[in-house]
Design a protein around this ligand. Structure first.
Ligand SMILES: Cc1cc2nc3c(=O)[nH]c(=O)nc-3n(C[C@H](O)[C@H](O)[C@H](O)COP(=O)(O)O)c2cc1C
Length: 190
């Protein structure tokens, strides 16, 4: 079977660890990863994780694309990818996607997913939220994207930050529906 080809966009919001966990999870299901990270993302990866984080992320990708390369194949809807995750997604990139700006390869690839009616999962991270943020979340949702704010799964008792990031990344990958779901499910209570 041909492996799923997934675009992993990384924007400059806090929660850079989500990019690494999403990449690890995509690798674990055998997906090919097309990575595109903004320059702000390179900075948050370094500031929040360390100087080797961006290199570690790139090493997990099947293909690495420069943010300014709007001529990359993933900028075209003719390339059969199965969907895209932006982990984490900044409010700037969210706004650009919401308004169809296509101003760099990340936002262009996101627009392509929307126009081709493919899955687009945005781990939009900011707190608290302005009306602009909320309106932009509404707009992308109306266009078919899934906004998955990286809030902790409080139903997992005693989870560490790493476990929380893993669970959020697993939920994001599950939403692409390219492999059987693996995120820990709430087991119910009476
Ligand atoms: C350490 C750090 C943390 C940041 N955290 C956030 C955040 O949580 N959410 C957000 O929307 N922007 C955050 N920003 C600001 C964005 O990086 C900035 O708006 C940038 O222009 C986003 O560009 P991009 O969308 O192309 O990645 C942060 C910046 C830095 C340096």
């Amino acid at each position: 079977m041909t492996p799923a080809r997934i675009i992993l966009g990384v924007a400059g919001a806090s929660g850079a660890v989500l990019a690494l966990e999403a990449a690890r999870h995509l690798r674990s299901i055998g997906a090919e990863i097309d990575l595109v990270a903004s320059s702000a993302a390179e900075r948050t990866l370094t500031e929040e994780i360390g100087p080797d984080a961006f290199g570690e992320l790139r090493a997990m990708a099947t293909r690495c694309h420069a943010i300014g390369n709007i001529g990359a194949d993933i900028a075209s809807g003719s390339v059969p990818v199965s969907g895209m995750i932006v982990a984490p997604c900044s409010m700037r990139s969210l706004a650009a996607i919401a308004h169809g700006l296509d101003d760099n390869l990340l936002t262009r690839a996101a627009s392509v997913q929307l126009k081709e009616r493919r899955r687009l999962v945005l781990l939009a991270r900011e707190a608290p939220l302005t009306l602009a943020h909320l309106r932009n979340m509404t707009s992308v949702t109306e266009m078919g994207a899934i906004v998955l704010p990286p809030v902790p799964p409080f139903y997992l008792p005693h989870a560490t930050v790493s476990e929380i990031a893993r669970q959020i990344a697993a939920r994001a990958v599950d939403l692409l529906a390219v492999a059987p779901p693996v995120a820990k499910a709430w087991s119910g209570s009476d």
